[in-house]
Design a protein around this ligand. Sequence first.
Ligand code: 4AD
Ligand code: MG
Length: 431
Amino acid sequence: MTDTTIAQLKDFVGQEVRISGWLYNKRSSGKIKFLLVRDGTGLVQSVMVKSELAEDIFNLFDELTQESSLMLTGTVREEPRSPGGVEMGVTNIEVVQIAEPYPITKKEHGVDFLLNNRHLWLRSSKQYAIMHIRDEIIWAIREFFHNRDFVLIDSPILTGAIGEEAGTLFSTEYFKMGKAYLAQTGQLYLEAACMSLRNVFCFGPTFRAEKSMTRRHLTEFWMIEAEMAYCDNERNLIIQEEMLAYVVEKVLKNCMPHLEKLERDISKLESIKAPFPRLDYGDAIKILQENGSEAKWGDDLGAEDETILSNRYDRPVFIVNYPKHAKAFYMKENPDNPETVLCSDLLASEGYGEIIGASQREDNLEKLLARIREEKLPEETYEWYLDLRKYGSVPHSGFGLGIERTVTWICGIHHLREAIPFPRLITRLYP
Ligand code: 4AD
Ligand code: MG
């Protein structure tokens, strides 16, 4: 017997083959029974006809419960109305396990219930589509960097220096050395590596003890970060828009059935082409105030402000040159306006908010040290980082893109928690 997968069935029309999977659904119409089987590569309708099957096999129909595991042998036929364009005429069934009553059924379930059953919820068709799109996005980004000769540098997760800000650190006792922090970012290490390899990137989990319970915050999220030596913030913006345009193009090319499953408005993705508009932070504040926002110069932008701004464009928009005190210590002072820094936040379209944070880095030793002191960061833990400004300091820039926020936006879903296999929120550590 030839074993194959549902995705390959179209190559076996007219032949008898075996697939292995799980029962997704079943229905009955008189002497004909239908099994809807999934195997991780697709979904196929399989038809059981009483007169063509041994009695014990035909009777299995009543025994098989939702998510029972089984091996199914049958003849492949073309069926244009079926998903995948084929169906199977069942000739044999081997039961692997009869599943207990499955908690997730066709009825509506609350999100809390689904999250408690995340280990099972992942089998649902919408979650299946989201995981495929996440995979495509990550592959496309890796490919983008690889094609441009960026070198992958894996940064540590246990760290001794605060990467972003003191307020959202997870810490743990580290033997006799005091506290270790879970990395908020790989950036500082990439800054060291780019002085050796010029263009580098990292991709890993990052951790923030965010007290906020918004749909945009996880306590553990995955970030792609890039760092480039001899690169100013102008070129930094160009790389970001080219990368995102590439990612969206790849998803449109390779994930259409998944986008359709999610009922994504494809036309909104088709307009994501470089270049993206740039909006100065000061102008953004004026626009917000004209639209009734209470935002004032000096603040970081809130989620609602970001939504107002991003709704003005059909593609993502860069907000550039924020006030120095609204941003992290490492950003380079803007020579044209020292109250601001050379940085950008990229706001995704359709009101999805910030997906990338970026900046040119402060390359002047005195200025950087002054900012570390101003922020009351423990100076001694930055000795190695400050060395980079002593031994061949050069202009350099980089950015970090949050994978889950990007997946949420490209999938057009509401909440970040569905964009990661096992979300970590302040109230959720299980499963
Ligand atoms: O803007 P952030 O904090 O920037 C950095 O960490 C820089 N060190 C990056 C760099 O320049 N190398 O975070 C970058 C991105 C955000 O734009 C957002 O997409 C995501 O990371 N992010 C989060 N995603 C989910 N949950 C959270 N709590 C997040 N915090 C940031
Ligand atoms: Mg940010």
